[in-house]
Design a protein around this ligand. Structure first.
Ligand code: COA
Length: 167
């Protein structure tokens, strides 16, 4: 990652800024799970949700602002060895290694928490994300049709990508 950013575990005091970031990210592409202003959470609800996840923020060294957010969460029961990953980087900060750094950080933290396999789903049109995941050794394991529906009612397929964390 470029030296212009730092990665930190998300703190409760980051909640308002992270909510604003996610609402902004939702409007920048069709690739987040919600559209612009679609992350309808209070700070309290967000903090509660993040307690069950391993979360990370990237901060710009120039002004201390949060420019990206990533999380991993464990599946329950017979999928407890599998953790799910999600990430979003503000468009003006793309292609500076932030997404890759968050992915690496999250895989390491997930392994520490007992994960054996990391999984995620991605729109096949999302070339940046595909490159980021392939670079890190993720492989396509499945293809779901019309799995995502955007705020404007458009359907997109989803590729399921995974990586065994000991590899
Ligand atoms: C996908 C995303 C997280 C990538 O973050 P990023 O910080 O730009 O990624 P990196 O800088 O670490 O780049 C990783 C690789 O992808 C490539 N890449 C990144 N964006 C790209 C794009 N738009 N087109 C083609 N390649 C791209 C980079 O060149 C790099 O490959 P290289 O090292 O071989 O050159 C970011 O684009 C994003 O947040 N997009 C919107 C939300 C989203 O798609 N989230 C993921 C949903 S599955």
């Amino acid at each position: 990652m470029s030296k212009n950013y730092t990665l930190e575990a998300e703190k409760d005091s980051d909640a308002e800024e992270v909510i604003a970031l996610l609402n902004l990210l939702g409007g920048e592409t069709d690739y987040m799970p919600f559209g612009k202003d679609g992350y309808n959470m209070t700070a309290e609800e967000h903090i509660g949700l993040m307690k069950s996840r391993i979360t990370v923020v990237a901060k710009s060294k120039a002004d201390g602002k949060i420019v990206a957010h990533g999380f991993v969460m464990a599946y329950p029961w017979h999928r407890c060895h599998v953790f799910y990953f999600g990430v979003g980087v503000l468009k003006e900060h793309w292609r500076q290694g932030i997404g890759s750094a968050i992915l690496e950080y999250s895989c390491t933290k997930a392994m520490d928490a007992g994960a054996e396999k990391m999984t995620l789903d991605v729109n096949p049109e999302n070339k940046g994300a595909l490159k980021c995941y392939e670079n890190y050794g993720f492989e396509v394991e499945g293809h779901l049709k019309k799995e995502f529906k955007t705020a404007n009612g458009k359907y997109h397929d989803a590729l399921i990508m995974s990586k065994w964390l000991d590899k």
